[in-house]
Design a protein around this ligand. Structure first.
Ligand code: 2M8
Length: 444
């Protein structure tokens, strides 16, 4: 490693250490002071470069929050044990209802009260929706690197239950892909694909607390209008008791996201490999069948241009946006040659290409806002996942080129949440954990 790379790796290491909370890592101390689902999966891969023990702990703490139905929450709140106890026994007492959200949800909105004080399997407060299931892929990569059978084996059942949940309760119509019930589940909160389905959600929430804007320029964050609808969906879900199958079948927001589906297909394939390596033949078969089913469903609705787009299930319309959600299809374990060629072209030379990775939105799209979150900037996790997909499908030179662009972006813009696609300028939160983790992994 040359001196410059060595310096960058040291900055990434220091960032992870600053964001470390012992058993999990906050995405960014000021903007995101809790544990997030796919963030933890990426972050575990960074910890692997520092301490394999700490890497396993990151995934263990994420899966410890699993719900009885198999859902692994998208957000798990930093919850001091005495507060959890207090709420468990006294949550009907008005003063507790008033004070506790301020303590636990401090500096982040929505607080746990919005989700009806839902708790994860380990007692921490959590949300009632999920996020892209990257964890099985991270588990496989950790196992490949460490060979730690007992720790990998211990995670198998929870990962398999989560995948089953996604393909059962979240697929009431048997489409072969999970239905997302909130934009937050895609991880790409204000992506333009969600504009039309969100338009249909009549806002019931008028006052929206925005502590996120204390630390990040408003122009780089979702609008208040987005937040009114995001929070309305949370309120309606809580009011209806978060009946997952019902929400997926008839809820106010129902979409298919090619990025989420492709990540799930890959996660099932990776879990199958892991189960096989651990001698769990039955599970290996089940997960391989799940992987095939999702990949086939995605392939079946891929357009003549080799790309799949988001679907709004309220009217079965296909989004006209070409976003990194479509690009992420490249992580699916099986792809036609035409799709692979199209995806490689789109991310490396085409409308999503940037010298700093993969754009979140087509550079020619009328909705493009190059500084605003998931409507234009480049994100490190997306570039890294696309590179992983290209390598899996044998496009090693393209994969290496993309990784160079991703690392270049961190070098140019610092350890930030996202980057301007033209200049590589750092945007959003500072000290962003998955940026540090994935950059560190690639620098070694
Ligand atoms: C962003 O989402 C959260 C809501 O979950 C937020 O804006 O408050 C997204 O970028 C998401 O993908 C990410 O996991 C999360 C934490 O980094 O932040």
């Amino acid at each position: 490693m040359d001196v410059l790379d060595g310096r960058l790796a040291a900055v990434c290491r220091a960032t992870l250490e600053r964001d470390d909370r012992g058993s999990y890592t906050v995405p960014a101390p000021l903007t995101y002071p809790h544990q997030w689902n796919w963030d933890s999966a990426f972050v575990a891969l960074g910890w692997l470069e520092i301490s394999p023990e700490r890497a396993w702990r990151e995934l263990e703490s994420l899966l410890a929050a699993q719900q009885p139905n198999g859902l692994v929450p998208h957000l798990i709140y930093a919850t001091p044990a005495p507060i959890a106890e207090l709420v468990a026994h006294l949550h009907d007492v008005p003063v507790v209802r008033r004070l506790v959200p301020a303590l636990v949800g401090r500096r982040y909105s929505p607080s746990p009260a919005w989700w009806g004080w839902r708790r994860g399997g380990d007692g921490r407060f959590c949300s009632a929706i999920t996020q892209p299931p990257v964890a099985a892929t991270a588990t496989w990569l950790l196992f490949e690197a460490t060979g730690d059978e007992p720790r990998a084996r211990a995670l198998l059942p929870a990962l398999a239950r989560w995948h089953r949940f996604l393909l059962d309760e979240r697929d009431p119509l048997g489409l072969g892909e999970p239905v997302l019930i909130h934009p937050w589940e895609s991880g790409r909160d204000n992506a333009p694909e969600w504009d039309a389905p969100l338009d249909r959600v009549r806002p019931e929430v008028t006052v929206v607390p925005r502590p996120d804007r204390d630390h990040v320029d408003a122009a780089e964050r979702p609008s208040d209008d987005h937040y009114r609808r995001f929070l309305t969906l949370v309120r309606r879900g809580t009011r209806s008791g978060w009946r997952q199958r019902e929400l997926a079948a008839r809820g106010p927001f129902r979409v298919l996201d090619p990025g989420f589906s492709a990540i799930l297909a890959r996660a099932c394939a990776d879990l199958s490999r892991l189960a096989d390596a651990l001698g769990e033949r039955r599970l290996a078969e089940v997960e391989a069948a799940r992987a095939e089913r999702v990949a086939a469903a995605l392939a079946a609705r891929t357009g003549g241009d080799g790309l799949a787009r988001a679907i709004d299930l309220a009217d079965d319309s296909e989004s006209d946006a070409l976003s990194c959600g479509s690009a992420l299809a490249v992580v699916a374990p099986s792809l036609s040659a035409a799709s692979l060629d199209a995806l490689e072209q789109v991310v490396l030379q085409g409308p999503l290409a940037s010298p700093f990775g993969v754009r979140s939105l087509d550079r020619g799209d009328r909705r493009l806002r190059p500084r605003c979150y998931w409507r234009g900037p480049v994100w490190v996790n997306v570039g890294w996942l696309c590179a992983l997909g290209l390598a899996t499908h044998g496009r090693r030179r393209s994969s290496a080129l993309l990784i160079r662009r991703v690392v270049e972006c961190v070098r140019a813009g610092g350890v930030r949440e996202y980057y301007a696609p033209g200049s590589g300028r750092g945007l959003g939160a500072h000290d962003f954990a998955w940026t540090a983790a994935l950059c560190l992994r690639e620098l070694g």
